[in-house]
Ligand binder design. Structure first.
Ligand code: BG6
Length: 521
């Protein structure tokens, strides 16, 4: 049994930890043009995120939204659809006065993505909004549509000259994932972007970087003098990153997912980004390039897994078979809606990675990601080397290692497992856990990742966005594994696990071979 002690005090009426949590200066107002405005992302994430920024008093007055999409509808109709979505998905309760003020600046623009005329009239609409608002014509283009439209949209924006903001303003672009499906497609997309927007105005979004706990990784590592001296292969035995989801292929997702798989959908971006924050050297400063220079060195030191044998030794891919989640029967992956019955796409992947640099020589990083696992949780655990058993070895207790756990979601927080004496005359020992929970310590729910990232893009801060070289280096690593799976004569096998279990036995064997086990979540 784990004893439990809290590191932080009970929340008080005035929480001292919240003092000094400053809001930053408001960015200049801009017009956000969302391509794919009738889609799921806009309704569930983008519009509620902007609403929450407004409710927190951080949306610059005059900020406008133009929804660009193909369906026929009026601005009024668009606003009432968004209002319904906001009531359902907003982090904070829907308040009519806040909504009314925010929605006043939301407009709908109907056009095909390829139609030059639609961009000419968009230009007129932007000019009218900018004239009413006054000041520089700042524009933030958000590509939230299917990726096949990225190229024509960028080309039309450039032809219409919308990427040159008037009156000394700026023009930026945010690109949603998937950012390519392999290295060549990511390079093509990067070239198309570079032809329309300079790199410093290009924001490749990875919503995991906007999660509060992901940002706190850097503060934990570099704001606390006690960790950094231990953060290397002398003291750390290994690191685990787990992302488990209960969802399968609901809502017609099967078509997209079956062409992607866990490795491309989550590892290439979100999980390698988390890895880079755990493993990077201290950046020279906190500027966007300072941080991203430190991260790219992690990507560059990933030891490549080349060829089917290396991939089979270090990577496990698997599909779920029928099983149950929360007592409800669910189908196997190949029986899911819009998944091919002979699919060789993996909804689960586990990897053993090595970083070839001085700090991490000999320290494995284990990553696992799976759909239809027993619970939704993402965490990073840093497993320290065990204390030598010399003093306590006659007591026949197994010495457990210290583990520092960073819970990315849910129940965001940090815990540290230590060995402690059980009170009493005998010397008996048990692991205990010191626990820090964001919610209770700060008395405040963390903002959604999209809130932080939208505000950053409006403020011109690209620190939490992926740079061109990061994306391409990550794809280079992933492509080798995909190649071994799909383009070799004797590809590594596809394992199986029942839906609702913790993944295939082969993933346990991957760690067991190293004398380790996966942490229980
Ligand atoms: C998306 C993936 O990028 O991230 C999804 O495409 C995944 O497959 C999702 O479910 C997970 O995000 P979150 O924030 O719910 O952990």
């Amino acid at each position: 049994m784990l004893l439990h002690s809290a590191m932080s005090p009970e929340p008080a009426a005035t929480n001292p930890l919240r003092e000094g949590l400053s809001s930053r200066a408001l960015p200049a107002p801009c017009t956000i043009v969302i391509f794919g405005a009738t889609g799921d992302l806009t309704h569930r994430k983008l519009i509620p995120a902007l609403y929450n920024i407004a409710a927190d008093g951080e949306l610059p007055p005059g900020t406008a939204v133009v929804g660009f999409a193909r369906r026929d509808k009026s601005s009024e109709g668009f606003r009432s659809e968004l209002e319904a979505a906001n009531r359902e998905h907003s982090r904070q309760g829907h308040q009519d006065p806040v909504w009314a003020e925010y929605a006043r600046h939301i407009h709908y623009h109907r056009s095909e993505f390829e139609d030059p005329e639609g961009y000419r009239t968009l230009g007129e609409q932007l000019a009218a909004i900018e004239a009413r608002r006054g000041g520089p014509g700042n524009r933030l283009f958000y590509l939230a549509c299917a990726p096949e439209y990225f190229r024509p949209i960028l080309a039309r924006i450039a032809e219409a000259g919308l990427n040159r903001a008037p009156n000394g303003g700026w023009a930026r672009v945010i690109v949603e994932k998937p950012f390519g499906t392999d290295l060549p497609s990511a390079q093509r997309l990067n070239a198309e972007l570079a032809a329309t927007f300079p790199e410093h105005e290009t924001y490749r979004i990875d919503h995991y970087l906007g999660k509060e706990t992901a940002q706190n990784l850097m503060v934990l590592r570099f704001g606390n003098a006690i960790f950094e001296p231990l953060w290397n292969n002398r003291f750390i035995d290994h690191v685990q990153i787990t992302c488990s989801e209960t969802l399968g292929m609901e809502g017609g997702r099967g078509a997209y997912y079956d062409a992607s798989g866990a490795l491309r959908d989550m590892v290439q971006n979100h999980l390698l980004q988390l890895l880079s924050l755990v493993a990077m050297e201290p950046p020279v400063d906190l500027s966007a390039d300072g941080v991203r220079d430190a991260k790219i060195n992690v990507f560059r030191s990933l030891r490549p897994l080349v060829g089917p044998e290396a991939v089979a030794r270090n990577v496990v891919r698997a599909q779920y078979t029928a099983g149950s989640i929360d007592g409800r029967g669910v189908p196997g992956y190949r029986e899911e809606d819009r998944v091919r019955p002979d699919s060789m796409t993996e909804p689960y992947v586990a990897l053993r990675l090595h970083l070839d640099n001085w700090r991490w020589e000999g320290v494995p990083f284990y990553i696992r990601m799976g759909k239809r696992l027993p619970k939704k949780a993402t965490e990073i655990s840093v497993h320290f080397r065990k204390a030598p058993g010399v003093l306590f070895n006659r007591m026949h207790v197994e010495m457990r290692e210290n583990v520092l756990v960073m819970r990315i979601q849910p129940d965001e927080g940090i815990s540290l497992r230590m060995i402690s004496k059980i009170p009493g005359a005998n010397l008996r020992m048990e692991p205990v856990k010191m626990d820090f929970h964001y919610r209770t310590s700060f008395g405040k729910a963390s903002p959604e990742a999209y809130e932080r990232l939208l505000l950053d893009a409006m403020s011109g801060d690209a620190t939490l966005f992926a740079r061109r070289d990061e994306v391409e280096t990550a794809w280079r690593f992933i492509d080798e594994i995909e190649h071994a799976w799909h383009e070799t004569a004797a590809p590594p096998p596809m394992a199986q696990y029942p839906a609702g279990s913790w993944g295939p036995a082969e993933a346990d064997a991957l760690l067991a071979g190293d004398g380790r086990i996966w942490r229980r979540l």
